[in-house]
Design a protein around this ligand. Structure first.
Ligand SMILES: *Cc1c(COP(=O)(O)O)cnc(C)c1O
Length: 395
């Protein structure tokens, strides 16, 4: 096993590529052809033997550029196999649909991506799949929620916006003790900071849109794990058809080559911003797992190499003063997402959770003065100066 940076550049890639190309080319063909009928039979036999091949017959079943990207991420996660698909949400929904049946039960940790919660409560329920939502880092609550028909425990790590970091090893021990699979959405961690499969997790999910793509210019999703389990999802994926375009697969592969360098920067800048904010008198509270004040600091320190580029904090002010602070920032753009080259900021009360009553928001812990800030690849000193001038402007 090579180091992260070497794997990011070369991992599981054929050295000889078409046209003696140095880089993996974008293969745009929607159909892949056969020399003769014997060639067709060979492909069919390999497929029936449970092998997923670089060479498929039709673009919905795979594409060489997609395959190269899947292999690269699988190498970075230390996994046998991966599926690259159209978006992070598609990766989540296809995995849950493939692995759950009517009458099954799953456990979801709260403080998960809002659409994941919504899919479970509004849609899976229609097919007789029940979901219990438990607090984000409460392994005991997971244990209490286990039922004889529980099939999956789904968690994010870290969560968003509170950046909670669950003790995955403890979670896996409890779930596996009852034959229950653990799926971790590790989008915020990236394989640079955390490798959930090495802690016993069964499937890892990523929104490739965030750190993996890394340039705020694509949408993609990934499922990573052991070949047999990944192929169970792949069979359904062949029916659902949420494929990624080869051009997008290429952009993601390009992004993965610099993943380590970029995440190192996000880690450094995230920590610098978090420390600055924590020391500022106009900040009430900072949520960043790299700070000793974070409830999961010890777990995070044990399991993660770095703590990423997202920092959540509450300013001393009401909903309007918080909005005017956000408006006074000159470097980050106001917009959802994170993990790319450009810093982004949102005030969850008026963005992700707009339309909820103050009571509903409070039930989710979303206060009026909460700000979610995601560093980009800008100089941390510039981001801090910018935050300082915006805070100075708060009256
Ligand atoms: C963004 C995100 C998703 C959804 O991914 P898309 O690529 O936007 O579909 C899922 N989980 C987490 C943790 C995310 O941040």
């Amino acid at each position: 096993m090579t180091g992260f940076a070497t794997t990011a550049v070369h991992g599981r890639e054929e050295r000889e590529k078409p046209y003696h190309s140095l880089i993996t080319p974008v293969c745009s063909s929607s159909t892949f052809t056969f020399r003769d009928s014997e060639d067709v039979r060979r492909m069919q036999e390999e497929y029936l033997g449970g092998k997923y091949l670089e060479r498929q017959e039709y673009g919905r079943y795979g594409n060489p550029t997609q395959y190269a990207t899947e292999q690269r991420l699988a190498a970075l996660e230390g996994a046998e196999a991966a599926i690259l698909s159209a978006s992070g949400m598609y990766a989540i929904t296809s995995a849950l649909l493939a692995l759950l049946s009517g009458g099954d039960h799953m456990i979801l940790t709260n403080d998960c991506y809002r659409r994941t919660r919504g899919f479970c409560s509004s849609y899976l329920s229609r097919w007789g799949i029940e979901t219990t939502i438990v607090p984000p880092c409460d392994v005991t609550a997971v244990q209490k929620a286990l039922q004889p028909n529980t099939r999956i425990v789904f968690t994010e790590i870290p969560t968003n916006p509170w950046l909670r970091v669950i003790d995955l090893e403890a979670l896996v021990e409890i779930a596996h003790g009852q034959g229950v699979r653990v799926i971790a959405d590790s989008t915020l961690a990236t394989p640079y900071n955390l490798r959930p499969l090495s802690l016993g997790v069964d499937l890892v999910i990523h929104s490739g849109t965030k750190y993996l793509g890394g340039h705020n210019d694509l949408l993609a999703g990934l499922i990573v794990g052991a070949e047999q389990l990944v192929n169970e999802v792949r069979e359904l994926h062949f029916n659902l058809g949420g494929v990624v375009a080869p051009q997008v697969a290429y952009k993601l592969l390009r992004g993965l080559k610099t993943l380590g360098l970029r995440v190192q920067h996000h880690n450094t800048a995230g920590m610098a911003v978090a420390r600055f904010l924590e020391s500022h008198p106009k900040i009430k509270r900072v949520y960043y797992p790299g700070l000793p004040s974070h409830p999961d600091h010890e777990v995070a320190r044990r399991s993660m190499k770095g703590f990423g580029g997202m920092v959540s904090f509450e300013i001393d002010g009401n909903i309007e003063r918080t909005s005017s602070f956000v408006d006074a920032l000159r470097i980050p753009f106001i917009g959802p997402s994170f993990g790319g080259t450009e810093a982004l900021v949102i005030q969850p009360a008026v963005q992700t959770y707009y339309g909820l009553s103050p009571e509903q928001r409070m039930a989710l812990g979303i206060t009026d003065q909460l700000v979610r800030y995601a560093v980009g690849l800008e100089d941390p000193d510039d981001l801090i100066q910018d935050l300082a001038q915006a805070l100075d402007g708060i009256r």
